[in-house]
Design a protein around this ligand. Sequence first.
Ligand SMILES: [Zn+2]
Length: 265
Amino acid sequence: MNHAGDISLLLGPAEVHPVHEYNDSGRSPFLLTCDHYGRLIPRALGDLGLPESELARHIGWDIGIAGVAERLSKDLDAHLIVQRYSRLVIDCNRPPNAASSIPLISEATTIPGNEGITREAAAMRRTEIFDPYHRRIDEIIDTRRHSNMPTILVSLHSFTPVYAGIARPWHIGTLYQRDKALPSLLLRALRAEPDLVVGDNEPYAVSDQTDYTIPVHAEARGLMNTGIEIRQDLISDQAGEKAWGDRLARIFAEIEATLRAEQLR
Ligand SMILES: [Zn+2]
């Protein structure tokens, strides 16, 4: 990708581009997205006024999902697109007009670097991080459509095992709103795994107010889709990431076979 023409006021020339892709020639119908993949902060924003112990927590990014997503992309031969800056800079799965887009507080932590942010500064985060990511997802889906390649969007996330003092029992959750077809296939497959406690729209459900990637890229285009949330303590090391990447690849391969068989009927 050539970004040489971009005018950047937030990200310096030596800084990492927010959008990164894996296996962009992957042939799988599943298109994988990872909104909270990274925890980088543009140099100009310093540390957002937070210590490393806060920035490394789940409030900064989706712990463990990067390794799962990369493994799944490889195993499934699926195109994966990720966003590498912290959700505390701008949350790429929130409508930009939502209060939680550039959060002033996350769980119980206030974010000093986001307090009193000017409209211009907020717009810059959107222009340089949020927009390029979502523009690229749009382009990818358009390109696939033009080459008659089906797209089933799978939005990958991870969740903290304890939120606001409450322990969460699920190992994995399926998240959805308008598409009920793929989530029900996925729920059935996950529930057939004897060792799993599976959340049905838990710990979160998709909504237009609290999500962006699924409503805008999948639902608005009528694409099959699902969100997935994996509990972070299960994917906190390489062995866990590999095990979950491999498990999901096996399950999605089965689902693909089911979908293809149904279309043939
Ligand atoms: Zn997430």
